[in-house]
Design a protein around this ligand. Structure first.
Ligand SMILES: [Zn+2]
Length: 175
């Protein structure tokens, strides 16, 4: 249970005497445990507290992008004693320029491009709403199907034994 204090400050923002403050208990919207957990998460993810690279891994796109020439994974290379960082084809790095003639891309440039695209194209509130609605609908549908399968398998359980029911439940999960 939280508390809210009315009439705490005067119009000039000065604290009023305690006798004039009205304290009203406010029922919590979320329970204390949830609140504390969320606060902890927010704190842990606050980029001002923890550097972004610790949260998102050392690089934004490692493991996500591939060389357009050969399809090899793009990994980080550094130049000028670590001052410049590039995404470069790992096949080319391992086997030399004869294996692949793909080019390296400055990490910052590509990260910015992708971040920009995400921000402008994907993370628009209206668009997100539509996309998420579709995704959530699909998930809802799937979990409903799963529940039906489990319920069905449960009926079988009592009729024909656990093995059959178990198999059907697994089949349901796989679909
Ligand atoms: Zn390549």
């Amino acid at each position: 249970m939280g508390e809210h204090e009315f009439n705490k400050r005067s119009k000039t923002e000065e604290l009023k005497p305690v006798s004039e403050i009205v304290t009203v208990p406010v029922p919590p919207i979320i329970d204390r445990e949830t609140f504390d957990t969320v606060q902890k998460l927010l704190k842990a993810r606050n980029p001002k507290v923890v550097p972004a690279r610790v949260i998102s891994g050392p690089t934004m796109l490692t493991g996500l992008i591939h060389c357009a020439k050969c399809g090899g994974a793009m990994t980080i290379r550094t130049g000028k004693g670590g001052r410049y960082r590039y995404y470069a084809c790992s096949i080319k790095a391992r086997q030399g320029p004869t294996a692949c003639e793909g080019m390296a891309v400055p990490m910052e440039k590509l990260d910015d491009l992708v971040a920009d695209h995400l921000e402008k194209q994907l993370l628009q509130p209206e668009r997100l709403e539509t996309i998420l609605a579709v995704v959530l609908d699909r998930r809802e549908e799937r979990s409903e199907r799963r529940r039906e399968h489990i319920a069905f398998a449960g009926c079988r359980d009592s009729e024909e034994g656990h093995v059959r029911g178990g198999l059907q439940w697994r089949a349901g999960r796989a679909s």
